[in-house]
Write a protein that binds this ligand. Structure first.
Ligand SMILES: [Zn+2]
Length: 503
């Protein structure tokens, strides 16, 4: 018999790692649940461990299978680690998307800039507004963050209300937008909050971040004191920072020149959505050289490009020194689940929550299905989860061979051997040997390709005659011998591909 309805939560990305956020909430019983997804972000590959991988995304295989029960995807804000995977993954889900105006406009601009991006409709919800999505009623509560229109989501259901914090900081004087809506968060606490699913990237620190107003004052002083050309690198999506820089340029009597496509895009969206109202017009990058050095200020995203740079910042110092303590004190949840961050963050967050008297703290991993209520919360199931790699234009399972082989080739190169055998099992001619990414000579000054060539010939000739008629046996013996020889002369075993032809 089916159990009565319960409210569940599962992170499918972003827990125990930085980036690629994806959470789902389920309402129903073990036989059927309606699912609501929150955020769909990316992380970035690093060249050393994942050569050639641009983006890493959560594996959405589970949601694909549950597609007919997926009622919608809600975006907390428009940082890459929260919305960067939508263009690639939405075609597999085709669910309705909900976001506020700025996030929706930035997403649309991103789609337009991406060749071949599908048409993806987004339903705009006002900041502070509520929307019914299947059996969930979702409320967008403004929180201060380094991008306009960042939200915590209050997810109201018949079982109770859950607060999904997203990324946030407590900034009483944001330059743009409204401060974190403390009043509304307290009201949720008064009404009784079933669970707080919280951003824990800040839990390892104490105190509050410098406010945007303080940052703006410092920028203005620095620009005013500068003599020659001034270039300011910042994250394009930090519109509050753009505004502060524009203000500083005006005070110093300098023109602002916008450099880089990511920066141009955000400036355009911010103007359209009113976040740069009252700010002077900026100039195109082509005009940079036309102004005297002390009359211009270049605004750029830095050399690594916006998404990667933005994520580095998210991982490092962007997340301000908040007191999470505040969020917990306002909302007084029955249950706290720290998410979004690595193990250290999660544990620190859990420790903090226990110390301020949250009745129950639960640490979970990607794929854990957690019952939030009714009754005793706990992990009740394990859902499939994992990672996808964006490799060029192809989305690949993270377990695929391609990256492993590339890493091996990067470390130890590759040897190609071609061998032609007669019907009788004799070498028809000299084998072909090619070494790629391998030093020319060993420490004794001997040519490595000569050594490999000799190894190939002697290995073939020393095989018993019967084995010399078996192409697979020849290839395997040669492969082992070549790797062994190179290990002896070089200390590394490269990838080795052997082709045997009968002529
Ligand atoms: Zn963020």
């Amino acid at each position: 018999m089916a159990r009565p309805d319960e409210l569940t939560f599962a992170p499918l990305g972003g827990v125990g790692e930085i980036g690629m956020n994806l959470s789902i909430y389920g309402l129903g019983n073990q036989h059927q649940r309606a699912w609501l997804a929150i955020d769909l972000g990316v992380s970035f590959g690093d060249e050393e461990h994942l050569p050639g991988i641009d983006l890493i995304m959560p594996d959405i295989g589970f949601l694909e299978k549950e597609r007919k029960n997926l009622v919608g995807l809600v975006l907390t804000h428009a940082h890459e680690d929260h919305f960067g995977a939508i263009i690639d993954l939405w075609p597999k889900l085709k669910c309705p998307i909900y976001a506020t105006k700025f996030s929706a406009a930035l997403f649309e601009a991103k789609c337009e800039a991406e060749p071949g991006a599908p048409k993806i409709p987004v339903t705009v919800v006002p900041s502070g507004g509520r929307v019914d999505i299947g059996p969930f009623n979702v409320e967008f509560i403004p929180v201060a963050h380094s991008i306009p229109e960042s939200h915590a989501l209050a997810i109201h259901t018949e079982i109770g209300t859950v607060l999904h914090t997203g990324d946030w900081k407590i900034d009483p004087t944001p330059v743009i937008g409204v401060p974190t809506d403390e009043r509304r968060l307290r009201e949720l606490g008064d009404a009784g909050l079933l669970a707080l699913i919280g951003d824990s990237t800040n839990a390892v620190r104490d105190g509050r971040s410098p406010s945007e107003a303080e940052v703006a004052k410092t920028i203005a002083e620095l620009v005013k004191a500068a003599r020659g050309r001034v270039a300011v690198t910042t994250f394009a999506s930090n519109v509050a920072r753009l505004r502060a820089v524009a203000e500083a340029a005006k005070l110093a009597d300098r023109e602002v020149v916008v450099v880089g496509r990511a920066m141009e895009r955000v400036v355009q969206v911010a103007r359209e959505t009113g976040y740069l109202n009252g700010v002077q017009n900026f100039r195109g990058a082509d005009l940079y050289g036309h102004f005297p050095p002390d009359k211009v200020l270049a605004l750029c995203t830095g050399s690594q490009g916006e998404p990667r740079a933005a994520l580095a910042r998210i991982a490092n110092d962007d997340h301000p020194l908040v007191t999470l303590r505040d969020m917990i004190a306002w909302t007084r949840p029955q249950l706290l689940i720290p998410v979004h961050g690595e193990a250290l963050h999660l544990n620190e967050h859990a420790r903090l929550a226990r110390s301020v008297g949250v009745p129950k703290v639960l640490i979970c991993r990607n794929g854990d299905l957690v019952r939030l209520g009714p009754g005793e919360p706990g992990i009740i199931d394990k859902l499939p989860s994992g990672r996808l790699y964006k490799d060029g234009t192809i989305l690949e399972d993270a377990k695929s061979r391609a990256v492993v082989e590339r890493r091996r080739m990067g470390f130890a190169g590759c040897v190609f051997v071609a061998i032609a055998m007669t019907e009788k099992g004799e070498l028809a001619e000299d084998p072909e040997v090619d070494l790629v990414g391998i030093p020319e000579k060993n420490m004794a000054g001997e040519e490595l390709d000569d050594i490999v060539f000799d190894t190939v010939v002697s290995t073939v000739e020393n095989l018993p005659r019967a084995r010399r008629r078996d192409a697979d046996a020849i290839a395997e013996s040669v492969r082992r011998a070549v790797r062994g020889t190179l290990n002896e002369h070089w200390g590394k075993k490269p990838l080795c591909l052997v082709h045997v032809l009968e002529v």
